[in-house]
Design a protein. Structure first.
Length: 134
């Protein structure tokens, strides 16, 4: 389930990669000194890049087009995004996201996906408790 500004996204494309979340930096950068002492610097960067692949007839395309239009006109439009995999609870969310890439599109005999890229400045993964099956 994907929601943007409390609107459930309907009309996701088909396949295994219709929603993807990529962290923008690695979590930690290790450093080993000349004497063998080691340290790992943990990043403060909480940002993530979210890609949504939508059907051409998804109502969310129109909503995101309007958001992008506002942004192009200099009006900052911050989005709230939440994602949850209903099968395992994985997901996360962000309260300060912005559209950073609009989809390319083509018209022809076969439908093509509309791929939106949303940058999330404060992505937080959902808390999931691992419970092994007894």
């Amino acid at each position: 389930v994907v929601t943007i500004d409390d609107r459930e996204v309907k009309g996701l494309w088909e396949g295994d990669d219709v929603v993807s979340v990529e962290r923008q930096t690695v979590l930690g950068t290790p450093l080993v000194g000349a004497d063998g002492a080691a340290v790992v610097s943990i990043t403060a960067d909480q940002s993530a890049r979210l890609t949504l692949r939508l059907m051409p007839n998804s109502a969310m395309n129109q909503y995101l087009r309007q958001v992008a239009k506002l942004q192009r006109n200099g009006i900052t439009r911050v989005l709230r995004v939440a994602i949850r995999d209903t099968s395992n609870g994985e997901g996360g969310g962000c309260s300060a996201a912005m559209v950073v890439e609009e989809p390319n599109w083509s018209l022809g005999a076969n439908a093509s996906s509309r791929d939106w890229v949303i940058w999330c400045s404060c992505w937080q993964d959902s808390d999931i408790t691992y419970r092994p099956i007894a």
